[in-house]
Design a protein around this ligand. Structure first.
Ligand SMILES: Nc1ncnc2c1ncn2[C@@H]1O[C@H](COP(=O)(O)OP(=O)(O)OP(=O)(O)O)[C@@H](O)[C@H]1O
Ligand SMILES: [Mg+2]
Length: 236
C-alpha cells in the first residue's frame, strides 16, 4: 500500500485525507472517512462494496459534483478546491466524463445533439463538434440512431449515447457508477466491452462502481469500500 504525501505528474487522481459528512437532521452520516488514494494515468479500477459503503459519494467528490467536508483532491495536478465555480464547470467539462444512472440525457435533443453538448459548452465550433460527435456515436455503434431522441431509444442504446457523450472531449478521467446496472446480460456485456475498449483506445483512467463481481474482475484493479473507508486497494 502506497500512501506517500508526494505527488507525481503521472498521478491523475489524488485524494488526501478526504472526509465527507452529510449533516442531515440530528444524525450526521460520515460517508467517507479520511480517504487517501493515488491513481496513475491509464489505470482502470473497479470500486466495489456493499450498499451505503460510500462508493457514489467517492465518485461525486472526484467528479467535482460535491465537495469534501475535509481533505484535498487533485485531478491532473489541479487542486480542485482552488477553482471558482465557473472554472470548476469548465474543468469538469474537459477533464471528466460521466457515465452515471440512465435517464440523464436531454429528451428535447437528438442522440447526436446530446453527444455534442460538452463540445458546445467548451465553445468549440459546431461543425467540428458535429463531426466528432458522429465519430464517437459510430464507435458505440449508433450511427443509425443519430436523429432519435433518448425516449425513442432502448435502455442499452441510451447508455451507449451516455458513453459517447462522456467520451466526446476524450477526458483523461472517466467515472462510471453502475453503468450496466439496469441492463440485460447480453447488453450489459456489450456495454462492458465497449467501455473497456474505449478506455484503452482513449488512454482514459476509469473508476467504475459496480455490484457485478464478474465485471469488477474484468478490470485490472479493484478497490473495496466499507463504511466510508477503502478496506482493500490491491496493489494501488
Ligand atoms: N445526499 C445525501 N445526504 C445524506 N446522506 C447521504 C447522501 N448521499 C448519501 N448519503 C449516505 O452516505 C452513505 C454513503 O452513500 P453512497 O451513496 O455513497 O453509497 P454507495 O456505496 O454508493 O451505495 P449503493 O451501492 O447503494 O449505491 C450512505 O449511508 C447514505 O445513506
Ligand atoms: Mg451508489
Amino acid at each position: 500500500m502506497k500512501l506517500g504525501t508526494e505527488r507525481n505528474v503521472s498521478d491523475v487522481i489524488v485524494l488526501r485525507s478526504v472526509s465527507k459528512v452529510y449533516a442531515i437532521g440530528a444524525q450526521p452520516v460520515e460517508a467517507l472517512k479520511r480517504i487517501d488514494l493515488t491513481i496513475k494515468s491509464n489505470q482502470n479500477i473497479a470500486v466495489i462494496g456493499k450498499s451505503g459503503a460510500g462508493k457514489s459519494t467517492l465518485l461525486h467528490i472526484i467528479g467535482t459534483l460535491d465537495r469534501p467536508s475535509q481533505g484535498k483532491v487533485w485531478l491532473n495536478g489541479t487542486e480542485i478546491s482552488t477553482l471558482s465555480d465557473y472554472a470548476t464547470s469548465l474543468f469538469r467539462n474537459t477533464t471528466l466524463g460521466f457515465v452515471f444512472q440512465m435517464k440523464n440525457l436531454f429528451n428535447e435533443f437528438s442522440a447526436l445533439e446530446n453527444v455534442m453538448l460538452p463540445g458546445l459548452i467548451a465553445g468549440l465550433s459546431k461543425n467540428i463538434v458535429r463531426d466528432r460527435a458522429a465519430k464517437v456515436l459510430a464507435s458505440v455503434g449508433l450511427t443509425h440512431r443519430e436523429k432519435h431522441r433518448p425516449g425513442e431509444l432502448s435502455g442499452g442504446e441510451q447508455q451507449r449515447v451516455t458513453i459517447a457523450r462522456a467520451l466526446l472531449m476524450a477526458p483523461p478521467i472517466l467515472l462510471a457508477d453502475e453503468p450496466t446496472g439496469n441492463l440485460d446480460k447480453h447488453t450489459s456485456l456489450a456495454i462492458q466491452n465497449l467501455l473497456l475498449g474505449l478506455c484503452e483506445e482513449y488512454k482514459t483512467t476509469m473508476l467504475l462502481v459496480t455490484h457485478d463481481l464478474d465485471l469488477a474482475s474484468r478490470l485490472p484493479q479493484r478497490i473495496v469500500m466499507e463504511d466510508g473507508m477503502i478496506i482493500d486497494r490491491g496493489d494501488l
